[in-house]
Design a protein around this ligand. Structure first.
Ligand code: ATP
Length: 235
C-alpha cells in the first residue's frame, strides 16, 4: 500500500498541494481527476522525488519515500510515465527500453521483460530499430509505458496517458492499463478523461486547487452529480 499523508508542496509563492492524503492499495487502480492546475501532476512528481515536498509523508509498504532520490524510489518499485511521454527521440525503441531497465542487472529477466513488452505492444516490436522521434503520439505513449514496465514496477504511475491521442489509441491505452493491472501491477492514474479513468478505477479522488475535495469508488463517482457536472460535461 502506498499512503500519502498531508503532502504539501510550494513552488515559490504558489501553494500547489495543500496537505493532501490518499491511499493506493496494492493491486488496485486509483485515479486522480480534476481541472488543470489542481495539483495532479505535482502529486505524482512529488511521490517520484522529482518535486520537493515541503511537508507530509509518502509511505510505501511502511517505508518513507520522501527525501529519497528518484533512482532509489524506482528501485523500490515505483515508476512514473510522465506527462508528454518524454521518450528519447534520437534513440531506437530497443535503446529506450534498455534505459527503462537502468537500475537492473538481471540480464535474462530483462530480455524476458522486453519480449513481454513486445507482446503487449506488437507495434513496438515491428519498429524496434526505429528512432522514437519518428513515432506517432500513440506509439510514443506505448513506448513510454513499455519503458516504465522495463523497471518491473510494483506501482505504475501515469500522468495523462490519453492526452492528445486519437480515440483508437485512447481505447488501447485504457485496455493496456487494465491488462497491466490484471498482471498484478498497482496503478495510480492522473487523467483529464474522467469518464475513461473512473470506468477503469477502483477508487477515484477529485482534486481542486491543491486539495482533495472528495473521493469514492469509480462507479460511485461516475454517478455523482458534482462529478457529472464538472468533469463529465453532463447536466
Ligand atoms: P494539468 O492537468 O494542467 O497538468 P495539474 O492538476 O497536473 O494540472 P499541476 O501541474 O500539478 O496541476 O500544477 C499545480 C499548480 O502548481 C498550478 O497552479 C501550476 O501553475 C503550479 N506549478 C506547477 N509546476 C510548477 C513549477 N515548476 N513552478 C511553478 N509553479 C508550478
Amino acid at each position: 500500500m502506498l499512503s500519502i499523508r498531508n503532502l504539501s508542496v510550494h513552488y515559490g509563492g504558489i501553494h500547489a498541494l495543500r496537505g493532501i492524503s490518499l491511499d493506493v492499495p496494492a493491486g488496485k487502480i486509483v485515479t486522480l481527476i480534476g481541472a488543470n492546475g489542481a495539483g495532479k501532476s505535482t502529486t505524482l512528481n512529488s511521490i517520484m522525488g522529482l518535486v520537493k515536498a515541503g511537508s507530509g509523508s509518502v509511505s510505501w509498504n511502511g517505508e518513507e519515500m520522501l527525501g529519497r532520490q528518484t533512482k532509489r524510489i524506482v528501485e523500490s518499485g515505483i515508476v512514473l510515465v510522465p506527462e508528454g511521454r518524454r521518450v528519447f527521440p534520437n534513440l531506437t525503441v530497443d535503446e529506450n527500453l534498455t534505459l527503462g531497465a537502468f537500475a537492473r542487472h538481471d540480464k535474462a529477466a530483462i530480455e524476458a521483460d522486453r519480449e513481454h513488452v513486445f507482446k503487449l505492444f506488437p507495434r513496438l516490436k515491428e519498429r524496434h530499430k526505429q528512432k522514437a522521434g519518428t513515432f506517432s503520439g500513440g506509439e510514443q505513449q506505448m513506448l513510454a509505458v513499455g519503458r516504465a514496465l522495463m523497471s518491473r514496477p510494483t506501482v505504475l504511475m501515469m500522468d495523462e496517458p490519453s492526452l492528445g491521442l486519437a480515440p483508437l489509441f485512447v481505447g488501447m491505452i485504457f485496455d493496456i492499463i487494465r491488462q497491466i493491472n490484471a498482471e498484478g501491477v498497482t496503478v495510480l492514474l492522473v487523467e483529464q478523461n474522467a469518464k475513461a479513468a473512473l470506468d477503469v478505477a477502483d477508487t477515484g479522488y477529485v482534486m481542486e486547487t491543491g486539495s482533495i475535495s472528495f473521493s469514492g469508488t469509480g462507479k460511485d463517482l461516475l454517478a455523482d452529480d458534482r462529478v457529472r457536472k464538472a468533469y463529465l460535461g453532463e447536466g
